[in-house]
Ligand binder design. Structure first.
Ligand code: AMP
Ligand code: ZN
Length: 125
């Protein structure tokens, strides 16, 4: 999709360092992190979100999770969270499917502070 930011990134039209890439997926750092490590895993092909994926996308969806784990291991994360905001009311701002990987906290529950800060700033999580 011409106007889609993540399609542009996937096509290399917007300079971006990839922390992972293969034939189907890329991963890069979130521009506005809510954790010490915040990476987005996206398919190269344009899919709007979980709300519209189809059965034929099943393998790709599974691969996104395995790639997330691979990135987490590469970043030496001992614990992490994975989430997909789906639809406007689910906090989705960019309508090209992306899996958030967040982690890198030093103590259990430290993520609460980051999330609260983001919400105080009026952002979405
Ligand atoms: P969501 O709210 O789930 O749609 O998440 C969109 C995410 O994309 C947010 O966490 C943004 O910070 C992130 N984002 C927006 N533009 C960029 C960009 N150019 N590079 C990296 N991340 C971005
Ligand atoms: Zn797209």
């Amino acid at each position: 999709m011409k106007t889609c930011l993540f399609c542009q990134i996937a096509k290399g039209k917007i300079p971006k360092e990839f922390v992972y890439q293969d034939a189907d997926l890329i991963a890069f750092e979130d521009i506005n992190p809510i954790a010490p490590i915040h990476v987005l895993i996206i398919p190269k092909k344009h899919l709007e979100g979980i709300q519209t994926v189809q059965r034929k996308d099943q393998e790709l969806l599974g691969k996104m999770l395995l790639v997330a784990r691979k990135v987490a291991e590469k970043e030496k994360l001992k614990g992490y969270k994975l989430f997909i905001n789906s639809g406007k009311l689910g906090g989705q701002a960019l309508f090209h499917l992306h899996l958030h990987l967040i982690g890198g906290w030093k103590k259990p529950n430290e993520y609460n502070g980051w999330v609260k800060k983001r919400l105080r700033e009026g952002g979405v999580v």
